[in-house]
Design a protein around this ligand. Structure first.
Ligand SMILES: [Zn+2]
Length: 256
């Protein structure tokens, strides 16, 4: 079998003298592995293609076993800032690891590919990068793959979460995300959960960040509210939510 595929290079490494293994993210196949035999030497077949976070149109052939072999590639797009900005490269590599552990196979691949491509665009711009960007990216990816959180209404009583902060005189309890629940709880409902359940408070700032990370493109996250405490609040809550709901896949990643 032979086919063409436009994919992003997520990770690659060498084996034997001149061969490479490559992990790719394709909008139709999700994450998959392939070999580039002679890839570290062949400039003609892979000119400038085999580098991290390049988007490449590959011609691919099934080998005799179940492996795939890259035959040749045409570079469609490659990062430039990431090549010399180690901090941003680290963010991309961090997010790529989560994509690899979380998105196997074609289900949801198109969205994941678009999200990761948007992250790469974001990292190429001059927009400031939040220290919590990898956490926000993981949360967004999980939300898009079905682990959604409603940032507007209490998951138990349906009250508006904006009301629970702004419009109820004497409302002292913030919205919380209990780790054993499927959604956010308003201050009133939060007071009724068992005392031993871990919970993460989200003030108005934290909720605003949560809404931004659910509803705005990654490339617009440079314009997120800059309040670091609110960003931290949101990141802590979403990480705990992921760990509880995704379990070992996120856990494996989160230990890194
Ligand atoms: Zn409620």
């Amino acid at each position: 079998m032979e086919f063409n595929d436009c994919s992003i290079v997520l990770r690659l490494g060498g084996f034997r003298e001149s061969d490479l293994w490559v992990h790719l993210l394709s909008p139709s196949r999700g994450v998959f592995s392939a070999f580039a035999f002679g890839g570290s030497k062949s400039r003609r077949r892979f000119s400038g293609c085999l580098d991290l976070f390049n988007e490449v149109r590959f011609h691919i052939k099934s080998g005799r076993g179940s492996y795939l072999a890259l035959q040749e590639g045409v570079l469609l797009k490659g990062p430039s800032r990431l090549r010399h900005d180690w901090r941003r490269l680290g963010v991309a590599a961090n997010c790529a690891l989560f994509v690899e552990s979380f998105c196997k196979g074609p289900e949801g691949a198109e969205k994941t590919h678009a999200l990761f491509a948007d992250l790469l665009n974001c990292l190429e711009t001059d927009a400031p990068i939040s220290a919590f960007l990898p956490m926000f990216f993981r949360a967004r990816l999980a939300f898009e793959q079905g682990y959604a959180l409603d940032p507007d209404f209490c998951s138990f009583c349906g009250a508006s979460l904006a009301d629970s902060h702004a419009h109820r005189p004497g409302q002292k309890n913030p919205t919380v995300l209990p780790v054993n629940a499927q959604g956010l709880l308003c201050g009133g409902c939060a007071g009724k959960i068992r005392a031993d359940v871990r919970r993460f408070p989200l003030g108005r700032g934290g909720l605003a960040i949560l809404r931004a990370l659910i509803r705005t493109p990654v490339s617009a996250w440079g314009r997120m509210p800059e309040d670091e405490n609110s960003q931290k609040e949101c990141a802590m809550a979403t990480e705990a939510f992921l760990q509880y709901n995704i379990g070992s896949a996120a856990g494996k990643f989160l230990r890194n």
